[in-house]
Design a binder for this molecule. Structure first.
Ligand code: DAT
Ligand code: MG
Length: 150
């Protein structure tokens, strides 16, 4: 089992898509273990996107992430990191195929609704950045055996 950090970024909240997009992760069978509504500070945004510091889009990206509230989520499941990235689709909404989140809802590169960790290592670091350990809930859904199988 893996865990991954997903952010519903400010465009998702402004466009009232929270329910639709959380539903995609839920219906896949991923297990929600953390959820919070956050106004990201400049410091949090800088730490979250530290890997992109120096790139031409960095300042705009920070302004975007701090422009309004974000929903931070932690999902758990088999291959959760790659599974969530698959549900999201590629970065550029115009190149993301239909039936992915970005493919169905985005035509922008920056305003692409969701962030998802890109490796297990980065997921652990990003989860620790956005959540305290006690904010994560360990639980077993009633249908866990049906979702996971064998
Ligand atoms: P992803 O969010 O698919 O992991 P990334 O980590 O390469 O993509 O970039 C982080 C975010 O930065 C991305 O969601 C949108 C923005 N971004 C990336 N490349 C960009 C570009 N060329 N122009 C504008 N924004 C960009
Ligand atoms: Mg990324």
């Amino acid at each position: 089992m893996q865990r991954t950090l997903i952010l519903l970024k400010p465009d998702c909240i402004q466009r009232r898509l929270i329910g639709d997009i959380i539903g995609r992760f839920e219906r896949k069978g991923l297990r929600l273990v953390g959820l919070k509504f956050v106004q990201a500070s400049q410091d949090l945004a800088e730490k979250h996107y530290a890997v992109h510091k120096g790139k031409p889009f960095y300042d705009s990206l920070l302004k975007f992430l701090t422009s309004g509230p974000t929903v931070a989520l932690v999902w758990e499941g088999r291959e959760a990191v790659a599974t969530a990235r698959g549900l999201m689709g590629p970065t550029d909404g115009t190149k993301a195929p239909p039936a992915t989140i970005r493919g169905d809802f985005a035509i922008s590169v920056q305003n692409n609704l969701v962030h998802g960790s890109d490796s297990v290592e980065n997921a652990a670091a990003e989860i620790a950045l956005w959540f305290k350990p006690e904010e994560l809930v360990n639980w077993t859904p009633a249908d866990a055996a049906w979702v996971t199988g064998g």
